[in-house]
Design a protein around this ligand. Structure first.
Ligand SMILES: [Zn+2]
Ligand SMILES: [Zn+2]
Ligand SMILES: [Zn+2]
Length: 268
């Protein structure tokens, strides 16, 4: 997959590696929520992908997006890819306004039909076309993803996976793929993950969950995909960084907020 383009270097920053509650979780005094290890502080899950000479792309915009953008001095977003419509992945949508102003135009946003259905209800004021006094609204070009596409000539392959009963998208760019909320990879999506260099994959906790991979299930999927290296993300407070890292196999690590990965993407 994606071998037709020429490679371009890209930098992936993990802006958040936590589950929907974040870590620490409100009102929790457990060892991980009170840990002094900075890698145990996890904002809600998203990544920022900067491609040399090409686009800068957000994957999901969390309720923590403003804080994440300030921390990492994010000044440009050429496109936003939405994996799905859950609150921990979309509630930063309104912050697109600032990028509309700085960049002087609309921003292309991509998601599957389910994601758009919810986004357009949740942020109705951005889509109803009614004039509004003051404030302004996020301005996007809404694009429904049904097949591979390109952003500024960067090839992006959607990877359909199941999040419980919900059809959601992972995204592959060249040798890199990001799949957050996933409990099952369907037969037709495994080939889309062949020959990966770097995979970031969701792993919620050790206890089984109806809509997320456990650590063991994520490790099984990683073994089958066999990327050169893999990072787990979207973790609860049950997975302390140091203790969990110590029991992962070679080539697999826990992601943490601020982790930067050098990857290679394909440009048309
Ligand atoms: Zn989530
Ligand atoms: Zn806790
Ligand atoms: Zn979700």
């Amino acid at each position: 997959m994606g071998s037709r383009g020429s490679p371009a270097a890209a930098r992936v920053t993990v802006l958040g590696s936590g589950t929907s509650h974040g870590v620490p979780m409100i009102g929790c005094d457990c060892p991980v929520c009170t840990s002094s290890d900075p890698r145990d502080i996890r904002l809600r899950p998203s990544i920022y992908v900067e491609i040399d000479g090409h686009a800068s792309i957000m994957v999901d915009m969390t309720p923590d997006f403003r804080q994440q953008a300030l921390r990492h001095r994010i000044r440009r977003i050429d496109a936003v890819l939405f994996t799905h419509s859950h609150a921990d992945h979309i509630l930063g949508f309104d912050e697109i306004r600032r990028f509309n102003t700085m960049q002087g135009g609309l921003i292309r946003a991509y998601g599957n039909g389910e994601a758009w259905d919810v986004l357009k209800r949740s942020f109705y004021y951005a889509f109803d076309g009614l004039p509004r006094l003051g404030g302004g609204v996020p301005q996007v070009v809404d694009i429904e993803v049904t097949a591979p596409f390109a952003v500024d000539r960067v090839q992006i392959v959607p990877v359909p996976v199941w999040h419980g009963q919900l059809p959601v998208l992972g995204f592959r760019m060249g040798g890199f793929a990001y799949i957050t909320d996933c409990s099952r990879i369907p037969d037709e999506s495994w080939p889309l993950l062949d020959g990966l260099d770097t995979l970031v994959l969701g792993a919620l906790r050790d206890e089984p969950h109806p809509t997320h991979f456990t650590v063991a299930e994520a490790l099984e999927a990683i073994a089958r995909i066999a990327p050169r290296r893999a990072f787990l993300t979207h973790m609860t407070h049950e997975l302390g960084h140091a203790a969990t890292s110590a029991r992962l196999p070679a080539g697999v690590e826990l992601a943490y907020d601020g982790l930067v990965l050098d990857v290679s993407v394909d440009v048309e």
